[in-house]
Design a protein around this ligand. Structure first.
Ligand code: 5AD
Ligand code: SF4
Length: 514
């Protein structure tokens, strides 16, 4: 295989390394035959235009492959992965498989993995360990690893060496090749590894089986070109590629016609939407402006990068209607110096200015964020700046993380003088502030009547229904099961730190209130 083929991505079949007799044989074999995914190659952004395909087809010969068989997919990580799972489920169904939610029943098990932090990866390795017993009992079971971890060379090497009960490994750019990968795994009984280091094109007509019929994910773009110094995503998900607006709008119209109540537009950095179009000047603001005219009650988007959040988008969001007044805006740190080392390309002041603009246009907006504490060499003062920024913005909630070094990223090479106990203690201090401000935000709901999209029964009590407000606050309340899937009015009777309790107001009662 030449270098060009490698960059294009090639299917590489790996004989089970345990077939080899000695370590020496094995390493020789490993070097010459196996070409692992390469983070270095993944970093090289191709200049060639993205090609859009509408010609995904399942080979007639493979259609009955799954008849009488069941698949199980366990999803780790973000919404992007959840949506990829929906696509893979669609492909499995098209191949004749049935879904199951127990591993014991499954003929094929896939782990759709996340690489964002080390503990996400450890969970997957733990699960692979557990599944070994099942595989020993049922050798005909197919076990696959896909998602972001498959894009990392070190992970693929570790699976080859230590988890050779795995039958297939495929990457985030190879999902549409699932039928062929399955076929190869059945036929060869050798570990099938198919990971393209560089992103593929955009394939439009992949089948999907969505989880639920109330809320839906809609991909608007793939990949990330920001290369924040801590983040593995630009390597595992490839360069930014936007879907064409007409394809997105068609999908949203279709979801509206099917009765979906809420959509969330998805991308690693949705604010960069459209920057890769060479034939037009069209961004997220333009897209949202068209989507708000579609008859679907709620529209959200995630995740935003502050740097690309432009005035046009703010102007469009201020028109409200079905555009929800909740924005998730990851800041990561409140210190300009740390932001610089993170390569976030904005300062504390620029972030605060963006927040000021958003609040001026949408005064009652709810802002939430992501924060990393304990970045290499983060000082106490720099950490305090994060706390003060959090308060100054008045975030209503946050996902908070201790920095986790990711092999191949620039930050992983940085020397770090912050001990783990200090990082943990900072996380606790930050979380105390996050809880305090969340409770404050919740208190404002006390006594108010708010629209809630009812998703189903509460996890802990089937007598209670659960749903979310426009600003994405969880509400538990008593109500009839017929309310599930609808937006109903709920009077809030109790505000807790992370959720609200309430009573459903029937429509006739509401008329009396007005
Ligand atoms: N360590 C800790 N947190 C990280 N995130 C991304 N990479 C890392 C890392 N290496 C967090 C960021 C991002 C969220 C999805 O995960 O806060 O916004
Ligand atoms: Fe990672 Fe988000 Fe930065 Fe992209 S913008 S590199 S996905 S943190």
């Amino acid at each position: 295989m030449n270098e060009e083929q490698r960059l294009q991505g090639q299917q590489v079949k790996e004989k089970n390394p345990t077939d080899k007799k000695s370590e020496k044989d094995y390493s020789k074999y490993f070097e010459t035959v196996f070409l692992p995914p390469s983070l270095k190659e993944a970093k090289k952004r191709g200049k060639e235009e993205v090609a859009y395909h509408n010609d995904f087809k399942i080979d007639e010969q493979l259609r009955g492959m799954g008849s009488g068989k069941k698949f199980y997919i366990r999803t780790y990580g973000c919404q992007m992965n959840e949506h990829d799972t929906e696509v893979m489920a669609g492909i499995f169904m098209a191949l004749g498989y049935e879904a199951t939610d127990t591993v014991e029943d499954a003929n094929v098990i896939l782990l759709n993995t996340c690489a964002i932090r080390e503990n996400a990866e450890n969970k997957v390795f733990g699960e692979l360990g557990h599944l070994k017993h099942l595989k020993q009992q049922r050798p005909d079971l197919l076990l696959g690893v896909c998602g972001c971890m498959s894009q990392e060379e070190s992970v693929v090497n570790k699976i080859l060496k230590t988890y050779n009960h795995v039958d297939m490994i495929f990457g985030t750019h190879n999902i549409h090749r699932l039928p062929e990968i399955l076929k190869d795994a059945y036929m060869s009984k050798e570990m099938v590894v198919e990971v393209w280091s560089k992103e593929g094109d955009v394939v439009e007509n992949l089948p999907k089986v969505r989880r639920g019929n109330i809320k839906a994910w809609v991909n608007i773009m793939y990949g990330c070109d920001k290369f924040c110094t801590y983040c593995i995503v630009p390597y595992t998900r490839g360069k930014e590629r936007s879907r064409r607006p007409e394809d997105i709008i068609q999908e949203v119209r279709h979801l509206a016609a099917q009765g979906y109540q809420e959509i969330t537009l998805l991308g690693q950095n949705v604010n960069a939407y459209g920057k890769d179009f060479e034939d037009m000047n069209y961004g997220l603001g333009d897209l949202m402006d068209e989507i708000r005219k579609i008859d679907i009650p709620r529209v959200r988007f995630t995740t935003s990068h502050p740097r690309d959040f432009d005035d046009h988008l703010i102007e469009v969001l201020a028109k409200k209607g079905n555009l929800m007044d909740h924005i998730h805006l990851p800041v990561q740190s409140g210190s300009t110096d740390v932001l610089k080392i993170m390569a976030r390309k904005y300062t504390r002041e620029q972030f605060l200015e963006l927040v000021r603009k958003i609040k001026a246009a949408i005064p009652d907006v709810a802002l939430t964020t992501d924060i990393i504490v304990g970045y290499p060499n983060e000082t106490e003062e720099q950490f305090e700046e994060t706390i003060s920024l959090y308060r100054e913005v008045g975030f209503e909630s946050a996902y908070t993380f201790i920095y986790s070094p990711r092999e191949g990223t620039p930050a992983a090479k940085m020397k770090d003088n912050v001990p783990m106990e200090v990082k943990k203690e900072r996380l606790q201090r930050l979380n105390a502030v996050v809880n305090e401000l969340s409770a404050e935000a919740m208190k404002k709901y006390q006594g108010q009547t708010v629209p809630v999209l009812v998703e189903g029964e509460s996890k802990n009590n089937p007598e209670i229904l659960a749903g979310y407000t426009n600003k994405n606050k969880l509400v538990n309340f008593k109500g009839p099961k017929t309310a599930i899937g609808k937006i109903v009015n709920v009077k809030i009777t109790e505000a807790k730190t992370w959720s609200l309790n309430g009573e459903m107001i029937e429509e006739h009662q509401l008329a009396e209130v007005e």
